[in-house]
Write a protein that binds this ligand. Structure first.
Ligand SMILES: [Zn+2]
Length: 90
């Protein structure tokens, strides 16, 4: 089940969102500092203290574990495959 969030906007593509879901669990419990991927453009995001999001920096990417980097890369690849199947970003 998606986790409700304050209304937010992807800083990369402008996609509006108000919830998040997880690839690992049906009951995500995201908090400040956690990372996510935009469902529209696939950019890696980090949650701020107020649960808005910002683009994950390169330095932050390098501090993630290999497992976290792999999970984000896989999620981005899935978003890109989905967007390609739909004919590109709508
Ligand atoms: Zn986006």
């Amino acid at each position: 089940m998606p986790q409700p969030l304050p209304a937010g906007v992807c800083p990369c593509c402008g996609h509006d969102f108000d919830c998040t879901a997880s690839l690992e669990t049906d009951t995500p419990t995201l908090g400040p500092g956690d990372v996510a991927v935009c469902i529209r453009c696939g950019v890696a995001l980090r949650f701020n203290e107020d649960m808005t999001v910002r683009r994950l920096s390169a330095a932050e990417w390098l501090r993630l574990s290999r497992l976290e980097q792999r999970a984000l890369s896989d999620a981005t690849a899935m978003v890109m495959a989905y967007q390609v199947a739909r004919g590109g970003l709508q």
